[in-house]
Design a protein around this ligand. Structure first.
Ligand SMILES: Nc1nc2c(ncn2[C@@H]2O[C@H](COP(=O)(O)OP(=O)(O)OP(=O)(O)O)[C@@H](O)[C@H]2O)c(=O)[nH]1
Length: 344
């Protein structure tokens, strides 16, 4: 038997696995449903979603197999996560890596195996989706394609799971009264205190996932004029619709904030400044592309944006420097003529 090597990015991989909060969690009905479909499609005895932890393989979902976990060093999936390629074993009895593997010589008596690596959003291979059977068999091109399609679906379910876990954390960590105090009642965005409260959790998540902390500082252009022409109620309508456009333009786990007045912001975890710049540009277009709808009719609204990115270790308790840098970009954007994104 040949033991699987340890991936070169092992510590980053394990950090990504931990941050997904998938290990030792209850069964996921959607993952199980997909595994059942796969079992019927491939006509095999077992289908599994396996996560490769430090010393063990743990099955997030398993159909046709009974064990919930096993040692990593004898796992087939330990081999699968070493590459982007499908690992295909036609007959384990005649494969030098697996012929004397305990899962081949004993229960579940694997002969045929096909597996594909599953990724965390940062690209780390945290586990695999595999199908295996007690009889040797081939793998058709259509089945190879199907493995890729299932991979996409399982990875989407992983992300959905992580979002649910984050939401649950928020529910647990903050009582309803406390949450209310952190939400701006007009726009339903986080308020300044909400940003302060949520910042440490986002910073530690950035650390875990080896991402940077990005801040987009926005300010509606000529808002005073909007108020003057459409009244305070019209201005409020613009703020409400601004909040809606913001959340639609960012990702679910980014924080949309109303810092006060017509100052809007986004706190986002990003790989680099370029990614944050693209996000800010998407935000800018979300405002100027289509007029706002007011009772009095359509109204063109634009926003100026400043952006800044920092390593998690540089952010500090209140993100003061990061916000100041993004604010400097915003100031510049206003001076250069508004309706633009400028780096702070
Ligand atoms: N309707 C409404 N107006 C607000 C609210 N908070 C602040 N404002 C108004 O927002 C306006 C901000 O105007 P300024 O800071 O002068 O800037 P501006 O007109 O947006 O111009 P630039 O930022 O330079 O493009 C003021 O008229 C405030 O009264 C609010 O909650 N609702």
């Amino acid at each position: 038997m040949i033991e699987a090597a340890i991936p070169v990015d092992e510590s980053q991989r394990l950090a990504a696995l931990r941050s997904m909060q998938l290990l030792d969690t209850p069964p996921d009905p959607h993952i199980d449903a997909l595994l059942r479909i796969a079992q019927r499609l491939f006509g095999v005895s077992s289908t599994l979603v396996t996560l490769i932890d430090t010393d063990r393989q743990w099955f997030k979902g398993r159909i046709g197999a009974t064990d919930l976990e096993g040692p990593r060093d004898v796992s087939f999936c330990g081999h699968t996560i070493l590459s982007e390629d499908i690992l295909y074993v036609q007959d384990a009895h005649s494969d030098e890596r697996f012929f004397d593997n305990p899962a081949v010589t004993g229960y579940p008596f694997v002969r045929f195996y096909a597996g594909i690596a599953l990724h965390a959003p940062n690209g780390s291979r945290i586990g695999s989706f595999c199908v295996h059977d007690t009889m040797p068999r081939g793998l058709t091109d259509a089945e190879r394609d199907a493995l890729g399609d299932f991979r996409q679906l399982f990875e989407a379910l992983f992300v959905a799971h992580q979002l649910r876990m984050d939401a649950a954390w928020l529910q647990e960590a903050l009582g309803a009264a406390e949450r209310r105090a952190l939400i701006d009642p007009l726009t339903q965005l986080w308020n300044r205190q909400g940003l302060r409260t949520m910042l440490p959790a986002l910073v530690s998540r950035a650390e875990r996932e080896e991402l940077k902390v990005g801040f987009i500082y926005g300010d509606l252009d000529h808002f005073k004029r909007i108020n003057d022409e459409h009244g305070h109620a019209g201005g409020d309508q613009v703020l409400i619709q601004s909040g809606q456009r913001m959340v639609a333009a960012i990702r679910p786990h980014d924080l949309a904030i109303r810092l006060g007045g017509e100052e809007l912001a986004v706190l986002a975890l990003v790989a680099d400044e370029q990614e944050l710049g693209l996000m800010a540009e998407r935000l800018r277009l979300a405002f100027c592309r289509q007029p706002f709808e007011l009772e009095a009719g359509a109204l063109d609204v634009t926003i100026s944006l400043g952006i800044a990115v920092a390593e998690p270790s540089e952010v500090g308790d209140d993100g003061h420097t990061l916000l100041e840098r993004a604010d400097a970009g915003l100031y510049q954007a206003k001076r250069e003529g508004r309706n633009r994104v400028v780096r702070g």
